[in-house]
Design a binder for this molecule. Structure first.
Ligand code: NAD
Ligand code: UDP
Length: 330
């Protein structure tokens, strides 16, 4: 009997590549799709040539064609780090809007179930803490983060519309800051930024006074939560993240300890609309999916640090990170 097929967009990215691994491990045939705008073939090199994996180099903001049957679609294509979506704002809006529309159309045609990757950014700079799914958020539509936040809010909206109007089987995951191997060392997100700085012998750059908080989830936990949500019958958004909240200053101290760097922290301006607090309320995920994170930060950071250390020295010094500051909107 032919195996069931899954389409994963953003497959050459950090999360997409881990999802490809998981679905192959679960016995599916996986089609990975990506235009490589922020992803890398390095992330899926180990899958190329396998008989249960196919790769389509395609921009999902353009019409998406996949021959044959599809059981599931997971739509993860989108720039995801603040620096990336500041650099490529129009593509970010298009992949959240046109890209999502194209994949919903494909899901309808194939009678496939679709799960879309939303984000804690739909809550903006939240006035409710921790964030529950019924909070509508505090988003500045015309600020620098608006291109991402509003694209994801539109994504949720059109996904629910396809569910109610076309009776499509849909799932929406709201992902909170996730980390792990295969993050891009120079994507500007805080964890690769700090580890990269430590490895290059540079000072760690804290934006603002470092009192803002985040809650970091290890990638394997996230993938498990997404897998369970896909197989559940829950169509409303579900937060998936690790509620262990930490200030960015404390986080910098943890990275200094982990890497043994002799460098210090230095302070830079806080980018505009940078959320002051972020922590998922995961009551819904616990009750509906029987899910909660299992990997603590100490363990997860150790694995991630080993990964970054194993990369070519050349990657460490790629010029891209030097340009970041010009994209930070103060
Ligand atoms: P990533 O940049 O590593 O991966 C995104 C992938 O999508 C890249 O491979 C990129 O090339 C691809 N892509 C972008 N636009 C595309 C297009 N138009 N057509 C085809 N491919 C395209 O980022 P990530 O951290 O893996 O994030 C994946 C998804 O998860 C994104 O949708 C992001 O919004 C969401 N998310 C991630 C986090 C996190 O902490 N990592 C948090 C919230 C939401
Ligand atoms: N940040 C920092 N130094 C850096 C990169 C990021 O202090 O070199 C801060 C950033 O201002 C934010 C937090 O770390 O408050 C998390 O940033 P990230 O870009 O990882 O993701 P966000 O959660 O803001 O989308």
């Amino acid at each position: 009997m032919a195996k069931e097929r899954v389409l994963i967009t953003g497959a050459a990215g950090f999360l997409g590549s881990h999802l490809c691994d998981r679905f192959i491990q679960e016995g599916y045939d996986v089609i990975g799709m990506d235009n490589l705008i922020t992803g890398s073939m390095d992330n899926i090199a180990h899958l190329m040539g396998k008989e249960n994996f196919e790769f389509y180099h395609h921009d999902v903001s353009k019409y998406v064609h996949v021959p044959g049957e599809l059981k599931y679609i997971l739509h993860f294509a989108s720039p995801a780090s603040p620096i990336d979506y500041l650099k490529i704002p129009i593509q970010t809006l298009k992949v959240g809007a046109h890209g999502t529309h194209n994949l919903l159309g494909l899901a309808k045609d194939k009678k496939a179930r679709i799960l879309v990757a939303s984000t804690s950014e739909v809550y903006g700079d939240p006035l409710v803490h921790p964030q529950t799914e019924d909070y509508y958020g505090n988003v500045n539509p015309i600020g620098p983060r608006g291109v991402y936040d509003e694209a994801k809010r539109f994504m949720e909206s059109i996904t629910m519309a396809y569910h109610t109007y076309h009776k499509l089987e849909t799932r929406i995951v709201r992902i909170f800051n996730t980390y792990g191997p295969r993050m891009r060392l120079n994507d500007g997100r805080v964890l690769p930024a700090f580890i990269g700085q430590a490895l290059r012998g540079e000072d760690l750059t804290i934006f603002g006074d470092g009192s803002q908080t985040r809650s970091f989830c290890y990638v394997d936990d996230l993938v498990e939560g997404i897998y369970r949500l896909l197989l559940s019958d829950h169509t409303h958004p579900v937060n998936v993240g690790n509620p262990d909240e930490i200030t960015i200053s404390e986080f910098a101290e943890e990275i200094i300890k982990l890497t043994g760097t002799k460098q210090k922290v230095i302070y830079k301006d806080l980018p505009r609309d940078d959320p002051k607090k972020r922590q998922p309320d995961i009551t819904k995920a616990k009750e509906l999916l029987g899910w909660e994170p299992k990997v603590n930060r100490q363990e997860g950071l150790k694995i991630t640090y080993e990964y970054f250390k194993s990369l070519d020295k050349e990657k460490l010094f790629q010029k891209e990170h030097k340009d970041f500051e010009k994209y930070i909107v103060k």
